[in-house]
Design a protein around this ligand. Structure first.
Ligand code: ADP
Ligand code: MG
Length: 580
């Protein structure tokens, strides 16, 4: 068979360089990534088979194998799952399809030091390429279930890779790493040691629901009590006994185990497996529903917003399982769009394995589940506000912008959403405020919650509309996210207090006494300035509706005001940007 040589896509090449020079300090995670991919491949094959969609596939004894070879200094991770076709290998392994990658690499280049770079890698995760942290050559042999020919992919990570067709590949995928010679003497990186492998799998992949079997080398001792990993081959040489594979993981679905039995670490590893994030989640949420429609949910709030959260095509939703069987990723029927950053697993007992996205959207039980999950996420954040204010602050910085979209779409939960919102305020440049806190601080006689929308904090603070409020010491919320322009118009009040823009309509700031006094004064002024106002209206003509005297300014001579129902300038810009 002929061997073809291909070049890596530019982004892929950059990423590989980073891996080869291993700026990520925890190299062990390469094994987690390979096992994770193998597990996904087995999930996919089982699902296809259950749906009679895998003709010619062998679904007996699905498992993951880990085969160390001390002599050759190689490590192979094997699965008999779905495998990849020739075309898929080129598409999936030679390029990086993830939409956030370009942005990631740009930031990486700008990262000053390696700690910053490591942080970025952690946010992004590099999956299969992590192999190049420990290997100077990676070979992947794969055959798509049901297909005849297999494909062999090989690379040293230096810019090119080779691909050839092979005749005798077993179903599924085997990834063989030639471990870096420079790590040979370092016990920390002794990835052919059974002890080391056992420890890594236990730490990162215990929850994987497929058996992970370590296949010891022929003639090697089983390594059970070998804590230093240096015995083995020599000790047992010549016995010739066929080695017994050892299952390394407990294979229990974490969401089905009682909370008291599961450590946070275990939850975090599951999170990393399903989210492809290398960082721990900010919050873990568990939910068990009993009764006619039984399900278990294990949800996670990430610690960082993914880069593509606001891009079109962002995959939202959690994974759906039916009775422990993986059914689909990104199940959007289970989470509202404004909680699209929530990751996790929902395992339902009474759904068909053949359930489709379309059916899910219409299913009443699923709609109930959707509502319950959304409420649970919102109430968890609410608890964070008091129980873990710092974590809440992180949450709001990362996801506040998305959550506020819910004010426009989820009317049932509007109060709950408003309850977890924080806003910048004139009161304190550093410390955002909730609406409840604002309401508590309202001055005697102040009836409304005041806000001003705009493009930036600075623009808003310097607005002439603010002058009278500043002069009177009245707190104003500074709303600078584009979405703020939209939701403020749809949310009439909070705890009985109206939300009022300081830039719209007549703003009445005086106390009763001041109003009476200024009533007469106003009348006098109106007469005095009538001629000037008339002159200004004529000269501004079509550009304004009306020119009137105002009590809202203390320093600026004039400002532009909208009617209460008018579209604000920032919103006009947003509509224009959206092409409307
Ligand atoms: P991710 O898992 O985040 O998609 P990876 O770099 O780990 O990214 O893998 C890239 C893609 O290569 C996977 O999405 C999958 O389609 C394919 N792949 C990797 N390993 C396997 C495997 N063992 N079996 C089948 N496909 C695989
Ligand atoms: Mg992966």
């Amino acid at each position: 068979m002929s061997t073809e040589t291909f070049e890596f896509q530019v982004e892929a090449r950059q990423l590989l360089q980073l891996m080869i020079h291993s700026i990520y300090s925890n190299k062990d995670v390469f094994l987690r990534e390979l096992v994770s991919n193998a597990s996904d491949a087995l999930d996919k094959l089982r699902l296809d088979a259950l749906r009679d969609d895998a003709p010619g596939a062998d679904v007996s004894d699905l498992h993951i194998g880990i085969e160390p070879d001390r002599e050759a200094r190689t490590l192979t991770v094997r699965d008999n799952g779905i495998g990849m076709s020739h075309e898929e290998v080129v598409r999936l392994i030679g390029t990086i399809a993830n939409s956030g990658t370009a942005a990631f690499l740009r930031e990486l280049k700008e990262a000053e030091d390696s700690t910053a770079a490591e942080g970025l890698i952690g946010q992004f995760g590099v999956g299969f390429y992590a192999s190049f942290m420990v290997a100077d050559e990676v070979t992947l042999v794969t055959r798509r279930a049901g297909e005849e020919h297999g494909t062999r992919w090989s690379s040293t990570g230096e810019g090119t890779y080779t691909i050839e067709t092979v005749d005798d590949a077993p179903q599924g995928t085997a990834v063989t790493l030639r471990l870096k010679p420079e790590d040979a003497e370092d016990r920390l990186y002794d990835y052919t040691s059974p002890w080391k492998i056992r420890e890594i799998v236990k730490r990162y992949s215990d929850f994987i629901t497929w058996p992970i079997r370590m296949i010891p080398e022929a003639g090697a001792a089983d390594g059970t009590d070998s804590t230093d990993g240096t015995d083995g081959a020599e000790a047992a040489e010549g016995t010739g006994a066929a080695p017994e594979p050892e299952v390394l993981n407990s294979m229990k679905a974490l969401w089905a185990r009682p909370r008291s039995e599961v450590g946070d670490d275990e939850y975090h590893e599951l999170y990393k497996h399903i989210s492809h994030d290398w960082n721990d989640p900010l919050e873990t949420i568990r939910l068990q529903a009993e009764g006619t429609f039984e399900y278990q949910a294990l949800l996670f709030i990430p610690a960082q917003a993914p880069r593509d959260l606001f891009l079109q095509g962002y995959k939202r939703g959690v994974q759906l399982y039916v009775k422990r069987v993986f059914i689909m990723d990104d199940c959007e029927a289970l989470m509202p769009p404004y909680l699209r950053f929530v990751k996790g697993v929902v395992d339902a007992q009474d759904l068909s394995l053949n359930v489709s996205r379309e059916i899910l959207q219409q299913d009443r039980q699923i709609q109930l589940m959707h509502r319950r999950l959304a409420k649970k996420v919102l109430s968890t954040v609410k608890e964070m506000m008091t129980g873990a204010p710092e974590r809440y602050a992180t949450f709001w910085t990362e996801f506040g912008r998305v959550v506020k979209e819910g004010l426009l779409s989820d009317f049932e939960n509007r109060d709950a959403i408003l309850g977890i919102c924080s806003f910048a305020t004139t009161r304190d440049a550093e410390q955002p405020t909730t609406l409840a806190q604002y309401a508590e601080r309202m001055q005697d006689g102040q009836e409304h919650i005041y806000y001003l929308t705009g493009e930036s904090r600075q623009a808003v603070e310097n607005s002439p509309h603010m002058e009278a409020f500043r002069a009177k010491g009245i707190e104003v919320l500074l709303l600078t996210d584009p979405v703020d322009e939209v939701w403020v118009d749809t949310v009439p009040e909070f705890q009985g207090k109206q939300l009022r823009s300081v830039a719209k309509g007549d703003v009445d700031l005086g106390t009763e006494d001041e109003k009476k006094e200024s009533g007469a004064e106003r009348e006098r002024q109106r007469e005095e300035y009538a001629a000037l106002l008339e002159w200004m209206s004529q000269h501004l003509g079509e550009q304004v509706k009306e020119v009137r005297l105002s009590s809202r300014l203390t320093v600026s001579p004039a400002c532009v005001v909208s009617d209460a129902g008018d579209v604000t300038p920032a919103l006009q810009n947003m509509y224009r940007a959206m092409g409307q």
